[in-house]
Design a protein around this ligand. Structure first.
Ligand code: 5GP
Length: 240
């Protein structure tokens, strides 16, 4: 399928990825950059080789999720930095799944980072850079037509299913899956898991040492950025 596809013009320049058209109207190329941003774009930097790591990690995880019956936009990994994906219309809702208290949940609830949550917490945010992704709920989604009730029901159910699988996957590679963000898109095949699953959008803590193995190292100036992304890539690709 991917053999005949050629790369077209850049159609969207994101913070960490560029999206290209292809010779196929139903397919796009996600190009993973080394650019890193945090705090809604206020902090900017480069993490050498991050794009290569995120493409490898995301491609591997999407491939495994597909085998579990999760429908994703992933088609194939084309090169170190390029992923062939199905064209989707991104639903403007960011789903955050949480298994351990950290980040904005710690601030909101006044609970220290690291406390295990007794059952997974799902949060919904309106995907809007100018607004800084505010938290929303089902009533906002319905009132402002962000998604249909059927889409929301599907996204919620799918996110809990994905969480169960990801928890066990990361556990096997010595990682505590703290929290992460998922995005979905509409396609002719229905709603697909889209975007990426990588240390850019996940909190991943080493089970043995508690070391942060994700973009919090950049957000919090902890150093060892490339080393940690490369270590996560090594562990992820070794697991099935
Ligand atoms: P928090 O709400 O604590 O800032 O983030 C919760 C989780 O969702 C973290 O793992 C964080 O990386 C991820 N997340 C939330 N919003 C975004 C976003 O806009 N971009 C990325 N890359 N990750 C996000």
């Amino acid at each position: 399928m991917s053999g005949a596809v050629t790369k077209g013009a850049a159609i969207y320049e994101g913070k960490a990825k560029t999206i290209y058209a292809t010779s196929r109207p139903d397919l796009l190329i996600q190009y993973f950059k080394d650019d890193a941003t945090a705090f809604n774009g206020k902090k900017k930097g480069i993490i050498q080789n991050k794009g290569i790591c995120n493409n490898a990690i995301s491609s591997h995880i999407f491939g495994l999720l597909e085998k579990e019956g999760v429908k994703t936009h992933f088609v194939s990994k084309l090169s170190h930095r390029e992923m062939l994906v199905k064209k989707v219309e991104i639903i403007p809702i960011e789903v955050v799944m949480r298994n351990v208290v950290a980040g904005s949940l710690s601030t909101r609830m006044g609970i220290p980072e690291g406390e295990q949550i007794k059952e997974p917490v799902m949060e919904l945010y309106y995907k809007s850079d100018p607004l800084g992704d505010p938290m929303i709920n089902r009533y906002h989604i319905r009132a402002f037509n962000l998604a249909t009730d059927e889409e929301v029901r599907f996204i919620e159910k799918e996110s809990f299913r994905i969480n169960k699988w990801l928890l066990s996957f990361f556990d096997k590679i010595g990682i505590r899956l703290v929290d992460y963000k998922l995005e979905y898109g509409r396609s002719p095949e229905g709603v697909l898991l889209a975007d990426e699953i990588s240390p850019d959008g996940c909190r991943l803590w080493d089970k043995a040492t508690g070391e942060k193995m994700d973009k919090d190292r950049f957000r919090r100036d902890l150093g060892m950025l490339t080393e940690v992304y490369e270590e996560m890539t090594r562990r992820t690709l070794a697991a099935t």
